[in-house]
Design a protein around this ligand. Structure first.
Ligand code: NAG
Length: 297
């Protein structure tokens, strides 16, 4: 069922052409694992000597190259000089492992750790700036964005989440890292995993026990008509980061950044913001320029 709706999303994304000047490169020398996710990297010609890094993560059935073609991050890298990493999932259906305790937990392993190792690789080999690392993704990649923000808040400074679920919401009992098909949590997908803000916050904190540093600033996008990862996941995700960062809801701003979107402002709006897209389904269009402003690029 969910594969059907996600295939529709693939078609929509694939029809956008990337105008990037350079080729996307598969980094075949990257073998750090621990899972077999492939590393693709976009290096703009005018790359900054110390270049910020955006990790852009695909949806189920997607690939790194598909997300490169379906988004404008690489075009913007040509203008601004940052690096983009597009990881490719090793699983059969192209979903990311956001279900195993291994992948959900700091330095335990799984796809999350492989992605963090890609960041370290780009810092070491391409002059990536370890202090300016950002993450974004759609659907399964959005779930992974929340997972990375929760397990590796020491690595990422900011995230932008397109149609995901809260960190830990897709946990499946018994799921192991490296499975051909990562676990799928129907309860969560259908918007029935409802917890208090405290419980969501505790869950995130449990993935990096003892961590006392700051968490990435988060931008959370979701369509009200999402039939793959139901709309209540927006409110649950907002509760989670609101608790983790201890930032209360302030106000809604309607028709921002465009007609039909409501901006949910937390605190002073610099650390946590949601965007509720009225009537939009699972494929919330990527708002690259809003993301870049959020990342400070
Ligand atoms: C803010 O907007 C969200 C999304 O439309 C809505 O669910 C929520 O009730 C609004 N809150 C207030 C206080 O208006």
């Amino acid at each position: 069922m969910h594969f059907l709706s996600i295939s529709t999303a693939v078609v929509a994304l694939a029809s956008l052409a990337a105008g990037a000047k350079n080729q996307l490169k598969q980094e075949t020398a990257f073998k750090d694992g621990p899972t077999n996710a492939k590393m693709y990297i976009y290096l703009p010609s005018n790359k900054l000597a110390l270049a910020p890094i955006i990790v852009a993560i695909h949806y189920c059935t997607g690939t790194g190259p598909a997300y490169f073609s379906g988004s404008k991050y690489a075009d913007l890298a040509d203008q601004k000089g940052f690096i983009v990493i597009y990881p490719s999932s090793p699983s059969t259906g192209g979903c990311w492992d956001v279900a195993s305790t291994t992948s959900l937990t700091h330095d335990k392993g799984g796809d999350s750790k492989t992605i963090v190792n890609m960041v370290a690789y780009a810092v070491k080999n391409y002059g990536g700036d370890a202090d300016k690392v950002f993450v974004t993704g759609s659907s399964s990649g959005a779930m992974m964005t929340n997972v990375l923000a929760g397990a590796y808040p020491n690595v990422f400074k900011a995230g932008s989440v397109y149609s995901g679920v809260p960190d830990g919401c897709f946990y499946v009992s018994g799921a192991q890292a490296g499975q051909a098909t990562p676990g799928w949590n129907n309860e969560c997908a259908n918007g029935r995993s409802v917890k208090t803000a405290q419980a969501w916050g505790d869950l995130t904190r449990s993935y990096y026990p003892g961590y006392t540093g700051s968490y990435p600033k988060m931008l959370i996008w979701h369509g009200t008509a999402d039939s793959t990862l139901a709309y209540p996941n927006l409110a649950e995700t907002m509760k989670q980061w609101s608790n983790v960062m201890n930032i209360p809801f302030t106000k809604n701003v309607t028709n921002n950044p465009q007609s039909g979107y409501t901006q949910l402002v937390y605190g002073d709006g610099t650390k946590l913001v949601g965007y509720s897209a009225q009537g939009v389904g699972h494929t919330v269009p990527i708002h690259e320029s809003v993301d870049l402003a959020w990342f400070g690029l």
